[in-house]
Design a protein around this ligand. Structure first.
Ligand code: G16
Length: 559
């Protein structure tokens, strides 16, 4: 780093002092904290994104200001790597140091040492950073801090893409680095054209089962960015009537009593929905539209819903893909299909997927872990129960499918084989290859339901979830909990796992675990048992154990 670069960093970092007592970690998916303490972190992530781009030979890298499921005053920032996925985990320790170093001098030394060690040609190559932000009011100020950070690295170029869903920015970065058109219009065009293509491939018998009212989908936009973007997209979709509520335009508060996280954790009707919607197909997005869960309100509802979570979405996708593969690759020579879940996956879903004959693998929480595993299959489907996931198609499989499609288009026009291949090719374009994406995910669910001729109730019957409950517990220091790799057992504090095991043993089909959240300052508790009451009781007693071992308070999960 030359003198000019050092001077630029010293000057700008003085503008963004680290607030006293703030200690942040890159965590499950970027830095998250109250927006009032995050300016210095966002500035530093601007530097990180620029340095990362230079390391990757000036490939585009994304910087997203968002906080997804967290409350409105929280905000977060993360980097989209050049492949459109999450920041390479090798760089997370540097990100942590960068966010927490206190003086400007130390900041410069840290960057200098890192670029030397990693041989990053700062000053020789330029950086390209794409910026996006969500609808939180704090976004403007934080965006300015991000821009200062990027600009403090010599020769940086940046593109401010404005308000976006998180997956849109990831998609754009990926497209840009593949030399494709990468604007918001290109994103909408890819989603709507592949959706139309899949709709045209629906067998006539099944499609016709969908009468006018079944074509209607009610969307809970979490008062975030997703509903607003879907409003822009829906005009170019055929055979689907979308009614969007909780768009945030009528004064509703982001994630307050609405959205995928609320619906999945609380299993109750979100604001804006009620008795007039009984039996209708509904979907909830989260605040930045990278998660989706479906639900319907049963006729005897007293505020409760029937939830179709990420596991059920995964199962629907798996079934559809398996059906197409059975037509084109009977011996499964070319298409190893696998699914990836976490400890939060409902036990009933795992059994269902295994009974379908699929490879089911587990990783710890965080889509960065699931994505990595899914990429090892020809088609890898990953979903967290909270609705975060996507489907990855390997390059090898895609070229095989595309050449097969070309051949069949001349030799076997109109054949079932051609239709199945064409469905998979269109699916690979519809579903976001960079990251979980609620908009593309819901379009795929909708097209598959029409393909099957299924109502949401019929889809729900694929398997019956084991009753479960999630709680969160506020603790003085959540890092006191250390778990095994798959997060199903606690290694620390000593004795806590034995105590949890004793509780589990009291419940038929009992399963429970604890883990520190990587996005909130809480410990999460998950429990499953044979009845809802038993799952609730098991979760409560495990939460009390956390309280006893760590000195803490159980907090309502929506707060
Ligand atoms: C992020 C991650 C998800 C993870 C979730 C909760 O989601 O991308 O993979 O499941 O946080 O993580 P934790 O339990 O560690 O708090 P999002 O939608 O908030 O970006």
């Amino acid at each position: 780093m030359d003198e000019h670069q050092v001077a630029s960093l010293l000057k700008t970092s003085e503008l963004f002092p680290l607030p006293k007592g703030v200690k942040l970690s890159y965590g499950t998916a970027g830095f998250r904290a109250d927006a009032t303490v995050l300016e210095s972190t966002v500035y530093r992530v601007g530097i990180l994104a620029a340095v990362r781009s230079i390391k990757l030979q000036s490939s585009a890298v994304g910087l997203m200001i968002t906080a997804s499921h967290n409350k409105v005053s929280d905000n977060g920032v993360k980097v989209a790597d050049s492949d459109g996925g999450m920041l390479s985990q090798d760089w997370e320790p540097f990100a942590d140091h960068l966010a927490n170093v206190s003086s400007s001098q130390d900041l410069v030394s840290l960057i200098r040492d890192f670029v030397e060690k990693e041989k990053v040609p700062v000053g020789e190559k330029f950086a390209e950073v794409w910026l996006g932000r969500d609808t939180r009011p704090s976004g403007d100020l934080l965006l300015q801090a991000a821009k200062e950070g990027v600009a403090s690295i010599t020769g940086s170029v940046m593109f401010d893409m404005g308000i976006l869903t998180t997956p849109q920015l990831h998609w754009m970065v990926r497209a840009r680095n593949k030399g494709l058109n990468a604007t918001q219009n290109d994103y909408f065009e890819q989603l709507s054209s592949s959706f139309r293509c899949l709709m045209e491939l629906i067998p006539s018998g099944s499609g016709s089962k969908f009468d006018g009212s079944q074509r209607k989908l009610l969307v809970d936009g979490a008062n975030g960015v997703g509903g607003q973007k879907l409003e822009d997209l829906k005009g170019s979709l055929n055979n689907l009537v979308i009614e969007i509520r909780n768009t945030g335009k009528d004064g509703g508060v982001l994630n307050e009593g609405v959205g995928a996280d609320f619906v999945q954790k609380e299993k109750v009707v979100p604001s804006g929905f009620g008795s007039m919607d009984v039996g209708m197909r509904c979907v909830s997005l989260d605040g930045d539209a990278d998660r989706l869960v479906y639900f319907f309100i049963p006729s005897d509802s007293t505020g409760n819903i029937e939830l179709l979570d990420g596991d059920k979405i995964l199962s629907l996708f798996a079934l559809f893909i398996k059906e197409q593969l059975s037509v084109i690759d009977t011996e499964r020579k070319y298409s190893r299909l696998g699914v990836v879940q976490t400890a939060y996956a409902n036990g009933a879903s795992t059994n269902y997927l295994k009974n379908l004959g699929l490879d089911v693998v587990f990783t710890k929480t965080g889509v960065k872990h699931l994505h990595e595993k899914a990429a090892q299959f020809d088609i890898g489907i990953y979903f967290e129960a909270n609705g975060h996931g996507t489907i990855l198609f390997s390059e090898t499989l895609l070229s095989w499918l595309e050449s097969k499609q070309k051949d069949l288009a001349t030799t076997a026009k109109g054949s079932e084989e051609l239709k199945a291949v064409s469905r998979l090719v269109a699916m690979s374009k519809l579903i976001n290859q960079a990251i979980g994406d609620a908009l593309s995910g819901l379009l795929l669910v909708e097209v598959i339901l029409q393909h099957m001729g299924w109502s949401i109730q019929k889809w729900n019957e694929l398997y019956k979830d084991l009753p479960s409950r999630q709680l969160k517990v506020k603790v003085p220091d959540r890092t006191a909990i250390v778990t095994t790799e798959e997060e199903t057992e606690a290694l620390k504090p000593p004795g806590v796992q034995e105590a949890i095991n004793t509780e589990i043993a009291k419940y038929p089909q009992g399963r429970a675990f604890i883990r520190p959240s990587g996005t909130e300052d809480v410990v999460r508790v998950y429990a499953e048992a044979s009845t809802q009451e038993k799952a609730d009781n098991l979760a409560k007693s495990v939460a009390q154990l956390v309280e006893r071992f760590l000195g803490s308070k159980i907090v309502p999960s929506e707060s």
